[in-house]
Design a protein around this ligand. Structure first.
Ligand SMILES: Nc1ncnc2c1ncn2[C@@H]1O[C@H](COP(=O)(O)OP(=O)(O)OP(=O)(O)O)[C@@H](O)[C@H]1O
Length: 257
């Protein structure tokens, strides 16, 4: 589903701040793969997602999504195929719009071309039914503004909106890091549910190494812009947080055990 071929990204080339953030990185993801991405601060995790989603151009290499070469496609066009959820719960929703208006934006993104006026009865029913899957009672609050939701509820809604637009790839950049433990667990549970139910190709950056090994079907560890570990199947089942620290000398104040 996603093929990254020999991606390279250097910031500040030719200056004293020159930094190789992605170093000749290749990665292939199958449809339905849910890959967790770990690594110390500055390892290149967010840059990788930024280069996949077109926030930054790459110096060289290719990004192929579902058979289409998107390397030179602008970010706004890639966003039709790539859903992204960030750490900050305030980023993903329009705070002064209602829950159903927010959902309508996500829904219309891939169901219609052009602007749709209002929300019709059928759409409202779809939103209601789908929102009930979150188990947060949001289906009874559809006319409330998003700003009234808690951080966890907003992040669940953001995740849901990202999935609703039917992306080929879902990028989660520490999307539970700013939530309290209960809300983080709930959003992770929903992440598992959506990736399985929708057979979504998913990449999730996390500083929680335990969560990285427990969620998804594959874990990659980045160091200095390269993938230094890529485990799945039996190898992954045998991997523990202790082994990770021992084998890969992970030093990171933010890394959670
Ligand atoms: N826009 C930018 N301009 C200059 N340098 C950048 C930019 N974005 C990232 N970098 C640098 O590229 C390197 C990789 O950064 P990146 O944010 O991808 O790391 P990360 O693994 O996501 O780290 P963290 O876990 O701290 O978020 C770092 O040295 C960072 O300072």
């Amino acid at each position: 589903m996603l093929k990254i071929e020999k991606m390279h990204k250097t910031f500040g080339r030719g200056t004293i701040n020159e930094k190789v953030a992605i170093d000749n990185l290749s990665l292939h993801l199958e449809p339905g793969d849910f890959v967790t991405v770990i690594g110390s601060n500055g390892a290149g995790k967010s840059t990788l997602m930024n280069c996949i989603s077109g926030v930054f151009p790459t110096d060289s290499g290719k990004v192929i999504l579902d058979g289409r070469d998107i390397t030179n496609l602008p970010e706004f066009k890639r966003s039709r195929m790539i859903g992204r959820v960030f750490q900050d719960p305030l980023k993903g929703t329009a705070f002064d719009m209602t829950i159903e208006e927010n959902l309508s934006i996500a829904y219309n993104k891939n169901h219609f071309h052009g602007i749709q006026a209002g929300i019709n009865k059928k759409q409202r029913e779809i939103f209601r039914e789908k929102l009930s899957l979150l188990g947060m009672g949001l289906e009874d609050r559809m006319k409330q503004k998003a700003k009234l939701l808690s951080g966890g509820q907003r992040q669940a809604l953001t995740l849901f909106m990202a999935v609703m637009s039917n992306p080929k790839l879902l990028l989660l950049d520490e999307h539970t890091a700013a939530l309290d433990p209960g809300a983080a667990a709930k959003v992770l549970e929903l992440t598992d549910y959506f990736s399985k139910e929708e057979k979504l190709c998913t990449m999730m950056i996390t500083h929680n190494m335990k969560a990285a090994l427990e969620h998804g079907n594959r874990t990659i560890l980045m160091k200095e812009g390269r993938i230094v570990m890529d485990v799945s199947g039996e190898k992954r089942k045998e991997m523990t947080v202790e082994k990770l620290i021992e084998q890969f000398e992970i030093d990171n104040d933010r890394m959670l055990l």
